[in-house]
Every structure is written in structure tokens, then in C-alpha cells.
Design a protein around this ligand. Structure first.
Ligand code: NAP
Length: 301
């Protein structure tokens, strides 16, 4: 468990309330070890469950700031580090910067953002909104053209503006461009949509990521919430209770059961959901047979 400073402790009630709202199974107690994955380019361990911020922090108002603060506290308090955002997620970068900087939390986080193009002005704006001098991961958003180059991103990395660079896509029609750019540019990370109901990346992108030593972040791990709607009113099957205490953990552990996945980044504005999701970062993972059974279960719904 991460040690909190006195200042961080003062804003802890949101985390405690979030934890109380969720039943924590024995395997997910804070005393059990965290699941981390080594970033292939460096070997640096990264906690395997992070936070996605598309749509949830779009508006920079007081309500959003309070939610962001509670969610970030839940993330850190439960051993998480990774936050994924983008220059185009409304005011999300600004909301995060205003949450993280005053609380002195920057060095407890691994911040990933995305640019639409290799544009220095866009980069400067993201750094300013996030209130940080350095990013952990800078990604080129929605790669769609096989000619797209990461040379500016590589230059910024060499200058120390970011520690890692990456590419992203959630459009299957762009997967062949992603494959080409991934193979040619060998980014440190590729972020791709991958969930138990959308496994195209398993065949096409994950093997290439392995060949190129690129870490994998899975966008849309709940299919934008579609998976929860599919299991509404259904209880978890008994055989899954050995590794999952909730549907969220079932969906996330399916992904983490694939050793090529570096981290999952479910989106949420709810600290109780954040705590629930972080429960997937502890205890056993499903093996290959169990993963097949999980897919059969979801496909039979
Ligand atoms: N092209 C790209 O690079 C790209 C594209 C899309 C997404 N992404 C990244 O991937 C991240 C994840 O995608 P997403 O946020 O769109 O979709 P998602 O993670 O698949 O699903 C988010 C939905 O799940 C709900 N949820 C989260 N945790 C829950 C829990 N424990 N129990 C019940 N409901 C829960 C959220 O609602 P609550 O707020 O109520 O929890 C929200 O409605 C994004 O935030 C973004 O960082 C990248």
C-alpha cells in the first residue's frame, strides 16, 4: 500500500468511503501483493490497473474537480499510478492538473496524454494544462495513416519532455496503419481497444507489440460500459469467484490474464468504481482455460 503524506491523508475520507461502498474479497485485500507489469522498453514496473479519463472529466467545474480528486485519491490509495488522458478530452487535462499539482501528487503518478499531431504548440498546451514539466508517456492519438511519423516524439523524448512515447487507435479500420507504424517506429507503448467482447487486437496488434517490445495499454476495457449492461441482473458465476469479486474485476482480469497486456485503463468518475477496478490488481489471474470459459460465458449472454 502506498504511504500517504499528512496532506494527502487529510483528503482520505473520499477514499475510505469509496472502499466501504465496495465489497472487497479476500484475494483483493490491500495486504495482498499488487499486480505490476514491466514496461518492455525499460523493465520499469507499472501497476496494471490505471484510470482512463475520456468524457468523465470534460468540464472544468467544481463538481468535476471534486470527482477527479476523489478518483485520483482512490487510485493512489490503492496502489495505482497510471492516468491516461488526451489533449482532446474536453477540459480533462486541466481538471487533472488542478487536482494533482496543488495536492503534490505528481511524483506518485504515471501520466500519459495524447496529441492529435506532432505539434509543439499542442504539446506546450498539454504540459501547461497538466501543470507538469514532464510527461511519463506521450502518445500520438488515433493513428490512421501508415506514413505517420514519430520523429518529433522521439526528439521530445531525447530532450526529456517525456519518458516514453506511444501510439493509439480504437478504430479497427485503422489497424493496418497501426501495424505499419508500430513495426516501423517501434514505440514504447501501443494503446488499443481490447475487451472480452472485442478481441480483434489479440490477433493483430498484441503479437506485433510483443515483437517490437512495445507495452500494451487496453482502451475501452468495458466497451464504454456496454459489458455492464450485458450482465445487468446477473450474478458472477461461482467458478469466477476465485479471481473476481465483481463484474468489473471479471472483465479486467480477463485482459490482465493476457501477459502481453501491460495495463488496463478503465474510465470512471466514481471513486467506488475506481476502487472496485483496482481490486483487479490483486490476487490470482485466470489461466488460459478459465479465459476461454469467460469468453464462452459472455458470448452466451
Ligand atoms: N483512441 C484512443 O486512444 C482511445 C479511445 C477511447 C478510449 N481511450 C482511453 O480508454 C479509456 C477507457 O475507455 P472509456 O472510458 O471510454 O470506456 P470503458 O473504460 O470501457 O467504460 C467506461 C464506463 O464504465 C463505467 N465503469 C467504470 N468502472 C465501473 C465499475 N467498476 N462498475 C460499473 N461501471 C463502471 C463508467 O461509468 P462510471 O463513470 O459511472 O464509473 C463508464 O460508463 C478512456 O477513458 C481513454 O483514456 C482511448
Amino acid at each position: 500500500m502506498t504511504t500517504l503524506t499528512r496532506r494527502e491523508f487529510a483528503i482520505l475520507p473520499a477514499v475510505v468511503l469509496a472502499a466501504k461502498a465496495t465489497t472487497v474479497p479476500a484475494f483483493a485485500q490491500p495486504s495482498t501483493p499488487l499486480i505490476t507489469r514491466a514496461i518492455p522498453a525499460s523493465g520499469e514496473p507499472l501497476p496494471a490497473v490505471g484510470l482512463g479519463t475520456a468524457q468523465v472529466f470534460d468540464s472544468a467545474n467544481e463538481g468535476t474537480r471534486q470527482k477527479a480528486s476523489a478518483v485520483v485519491q482512490a487510485l493512489i490509495g490503492n496502489g495505482g499510478k497510471l492516468i491516461d488522458t488526451a489533449s482532446t478530452y474536453g477540459d480533462a487535462e486541466r481538471v487533472l492538473g488542478d487536482t494533482i499539482a496543488p495536492a503534490g501528487l505528481r511524483n506518485k503518478l504515471f501520466i500519459a496524454t495524447k496529441l492529435e499531431s506532432p505539434d509543439a504548440a499542442e504539446l506546450k498546451r498539454s504540459l501547461s494544462r497538466l501543470r507538469t514539466e514532464k510527461l511519463d508517456l506521450l502518445q500520438l492519438h488515433n493513428v490512421r495513416d501508415p506514413q505517420q511519423s514519430l520523429s518529433a516524439f522521439k526528439e521530445w523524448k531525447a530532450q526529456g519532455v517525456c519518458r516514453y512515447i506511444g501510439i493509439t487507435s480504437t478504430f479497427h479500420g485503422a489497424f493496418s496503419a497501426v501495424e505499419t507504424v508500430l513495426t516501423r517506429e517501434k514505440p514504447d507503448f501501443v494503446q488499443i481497444d481490447y475487451s472480452i467482447e472485442d478481441r480483434e487486437a489479440e490477433k493483430r496488434i498484441l503479437p506485433l507489440a510483443g515483437d517490437n517490445k512495445s507495452g500494451v495499454l487496453t482502451a475501452l476495457p468495458f466497451g464504454r460500459g456496454r459489458l455492464f449492461r450485458a450482465v445487468r441482473g446477473k450474478t458472477l458465476p461461482d467458478w469466477a469467484s476465485a479471481f473476481a469479486g465483481s463484474w468489473a474485476q471479471f472483465f479486467l482480469k480477463y485482459l490482465l490474464g493476457d501477459p502481453r497486456v501491460t495495463a488496463v485503463i478503465p474510465g470512471t468518475a466514481d471513486p467506488a468504481h475506481m476502487t472496485d477496478n483496482l481490486g483487479a490488481m490483486r490476487g490470482p489471474l485466470p489461466d488460459a482455460d478459465e479465459r476461454r470459459r469467460m469468453v464462452q460465458f459472455i458470448e452466451a449472454l
